[in-house]
Design a protein around this ligand. Structure first.
Ligand code: XIL
Length: 397
């Protein structure tokens, strides 16, 4: 009896190990050295998908084969860094440029990866014909609402069944340093269509693909502040709670996770608390754009290790805090970095005064940095009781 139970136990372990892609470990034996495994294989132990934003020019560059190779081998979900944005998909009115986005979706299929669709509604990277048409009055408010419905419907239908999570609405809320400091809705869409555009967008997306998970995505959502009028995380929490209560088909909140080593940032308990609050509303969670930038001081640029090492260590610590919190929240489905190498990162081009960089997991020569090994260790040295497999999310009807 005892023996049978033991045998049965190990049979179950083997089956489980098969589905979760891990080497079974019995008490007393030493598991296979895991540090040589990819992030995607190690994430699979927890049912957690590990992703990256993909720069299509780099993916296509025959002189840069390592980029392609690492996207395929380390990650099992991908996000288009730019090519699914409206200005890329419809650069002139009525003429869609699907090529680069299709290419990414095909690449993902070939490499057994999921795709996060980014992004349907955002105030940035809109085509000039749209913003200029609204500014000069040739596009009326009623036409603008119709154009948005048509855009969402066309894009979501084209990739129906091929997108795991859509960022339906991106960066809709202000920051406390904006004026007025009370958090409110910002940008082109709120200005022209009013707050109702958010619920509309989710409903249109759901109608176009009933099975994609629909996310609200934003930055500076890592942790709650004082839950007062200047607390962005709390504002978004109240907003998505209201949307769920009104029956709007929203399935998740994406926390972008753009951090900088010059800031105070958070510990894993604070971050877990925010993820738990969202998932207690019935929502999935995800880190969608993680990077941790540092100031490129004269010393850093000159290669002074006194200045570089603390930044690399602080970067690793911040990547790790988000990973640990994600692992600890069973509804946190994916952890996506916004570029994985300093060779192709939006940070140096975007944050120029003061110059910032060093924001990703690998350096410019594709050498893994301390941050890479930190999140890898988090994936390896975690498990029950505090880290349990993910709980799948069902699309809200
Ligand atoms: C960035 C891209 O990385 C850049 O290449 C582009 O020039 C600007 O947009 N939040 C988002 C992303 O949701 O879409 C942004 O991506 C980074 C901030």
């Amino acid at each position: 009896m005892r023996l049978r139970r033991l045998l049965l136990g190990s049979a179950v372990a083997v089956v489980l190990a098969g589905t979760l892609n891990v080497v079974p470990v019995s008490a007393g034996s030493t598991p296979q050295e895991p540090s040589g495994q990819s992030l995607r294989a190690l994430g699979a132990r927890h049912g957690l998908y590990i992703g990256t934003a993909v720069d299509m020019a780099a993916l296509d560059d025959a002189n840069d084969p390592q980029y392609r190779q690492l996207v395929a081998s380390q990650f099992n979900t991908v996000t288009a860094e730019n090519v699914m944005k409206w200005e890329s998909l419809e650069p002139t009115r009525g003429n869609y440029n699907w090529g680069p986005a299709d290419k990414l979706v095909e690449f993902a299929k070939k490499n057994n990866q999921k795709v996060r669709g980014h992004v349907l509604v955002w105030q940035n990277q809109l085509p000039a014909w749209l913003t200029e048409g609204v500014a000069n009055g040739t596009i009326t408010t009623a036409q603008l609402r119709d154009l948005l419905r048509k855009h969402i419907t066309t894009v979501v239908k084209r990739y129906k069944g091929k997108i795991w999570q859509w960022d339906v609405v991106n960066e809709a809320a202000t920051d406390p340093w904006d004026s007025p400091p009370e958090i409110h809705l910002k940008g082109f869409w709120a200005q022209h269509l009013g707050a109702g555009y958010i619920a509309d967008a989710f409903r249109w997306a759901r109608a176009a693909d009933p099975s994609a998970l629909l996310f609200y995505n934003d930055y500076n959502l890592e942790a709650f502040g004082d839950k007062g009028p200047g607390d962005k995380t709390y504002f978004v929490y109240k907003m998505v709670k209201q949307l769920r209560q009104s029956g709007v088909p929203i399935d998740g909140v994406g926390s972008q996770g753009h951090l900088g080593t010059q800031y105070g940032n958070y510990d894993a308990f604070q971050v877990k608390e925010a993820l738990d609050a969202f998932s207690d509303l019935g929502l999935a969670t995800a880190f969608t754009e993680v990077d941790v930038r540092s100031q490129m001081t004269a010393g850093v640029q000159a290669g002074d290790s006194n200045e570089i090492n603390p930044r690399l260590q602080a970067s690793a610590a911040n990547f790790s805090v988000l990973m640990q919190a994600c692992l600890a929240n069973r509804h946190c489905l994916s952890y996506t970095v916004w570029g994985f190498t300093d060779k192709h990162s939006w940070v140096p081009g975007w944050f120029t005064n003061p110059p910032e960089g060093l924001a990703t997991l690998y350096d410019e020569n594709y050498q893994p940095k301390r941050a890479y090994n930190s999140i890898k260790a988090d994936l390896i040295f975690s498990g029950p009781p505090y880290v349990q497999p993910r709980i799948p999310q069902n699309p809200k009807r």
